[in-house]
Design a protein around this ligand. Structure first.
Ligand SMILES: [Zn+2]
Length: 150
């Protein structure tokens, strides 16, 4: 086998060769890295002005079981992901640093989203982007607090 091919085994115990760049979809399908990759793909489409639905983070990763996070997660509108899930999702990028997360946050600036989706029926997009912008801001604060000199 040439470069990039690896022996894999699926959940039924069937083995075969797969290309390394496809491998991520076959194993650890619930890892933050996979969730991040899928979310990022939807987020990129959103940034290109091509989205028909909002890339809600909670649809990609919903792992936090903290009781105080639960009520918000069950509410219908807005961003339902909690800061813990958001941090885990962003951690899936493999680079959970303040500067990196700041770049992620800027994608969701409400003004930018208003320009991308000027139609009034996209209020949902604007509201959710606003919520996501704030939520990622909280992740940034947490990173800053954990890395600040004591
Ligand atoms: Zn939580």
């Amino acid at each position: 086998m040439g470069n990039g091919w690896v022996l894999v085994e699926n959940h039924k115990g069937v083995t075969g060769y797969a290309q390394r760049h496809h491998l991520a979809f076959n194993v650890e399908a619930k890892s933050p890295a996979i969730a991040y990759f899928a979310w990022k793909e939807a987020a990129t489409k959103f940034e290109e002005g091509l989205a028909t639905t909002f890339p809600d983070p909670i649809l990609y990763l919903n792992m936090c079981k903290a009781p105080h996070c639960k009520p918000n997660k069950e509410k219908g509108a807005g961003i339902r992901a909690c800061v813990h899930d958001m941090a885990t999702l962003l951690q899936g990028s493999g680079k959970l640093t303040y500067s990196y997360v700041k770049v992620e946050r800027n994608h969701w600036h409400p003004d930018k989203v208003s320009r991308l989706y000027p139609e009034s029926q996209n209020d949902e997009f604007k509201n959710k982007a606003q919520g996501l912008f704030v939520l990622i801001g909280v992740v940034m604060e947490k990173i800053q607090a954990s890395t600040a000199p004591k």
